[in-house]
Design a protein around this ligand. Structure first.
Ligand code: HEM
Length: 161
């Protein structure tokens, strides 16, 4: 029965997984740009421009879109299903622990930090404080998100595309 259900949703699962994989690059590139630009502008005492505002907005949108797609995947992924079937045993398996807990938890916290960073930057009263807050929050989010990506060289390796 479970297998029958999966055969029915398999094409959708594959399409959504590809989309989630590709959107990763948008988030990764925007994070690198946002962190680098925030630090350069903070130390260089630069103005907070409309470009800075746009970069942080696009980062927020792409991260939230990735969150929605990831949540959808969570309910149809066979590996998450396997991880949740016997949670205790899954914690002893690097692959199942990664897909059942580590990836999801780190990404949700990372995206929450991006959201918080944007709110805190908006509340700041000087341009320097805006850059500083964005730099610190976005760097933290970047470390967390990068550490939970299944890079091809990691133990939970997935393809580049
Ligand atoms: C910035 C945030 C995120 C990034 C960069 C990211 C990245 C990735 C990548 C690269 C894959 C492997 C895709 C493939 O094998 O083709 C993946 C799979 C997956 N992600 Fe994310 N992800 C993010 C957020 C999330 C969130 C928030 C959730 C859940 C709430 C989630 C749930 C999943 C699931 C369930 C899979 C599929 C596992 C499978 O069936 O093989 N992701 N993610």
């Amino acid at each position: 029965m479970v297998l029958f259900k999966f055969v029915e949703i398999q094409p959708m699962y594959t399409a959504v997984l590809h989309l989630h994989n590709l959107l990763r690059y948008v988030v990764v590139i925007l994070l690198i740009i946002a962190v680098a630009k925030s630090f350069i502008s903070w130390f260089g005492k630069k103005e907070y421009t409309s470009t800075d505002k746009k970069i942080s907005l696009f980062l927020l949108i792409s991260a939230h879109l990735q969150l929605v797609i990831g949540l959808g995947l969570y309910f149809i992924s066979p590996i998450v299903d396997a991880a949740l079937a016997d949670f205790g045993a899954s914690m002893k398996d690097a692959q199942l622990r990664f897909w059942g807990v580590e990836h999801i938890l780190s990404m949700i916290i990372g995206i929450a930090i991006i959201t918080l960073g944007r709110i805190m930057a908006k509340k700041a009263t000087t341009d320097s404080a805006m850059h500083r807050r964005q730099a610190i929050y976005f760097l933290l989010a970047m470390i967390l998100i990068f550490s939970a990506i299944p890079w091809p060289w990691s133990t939970v390796a997935r393809a580049w595309f």
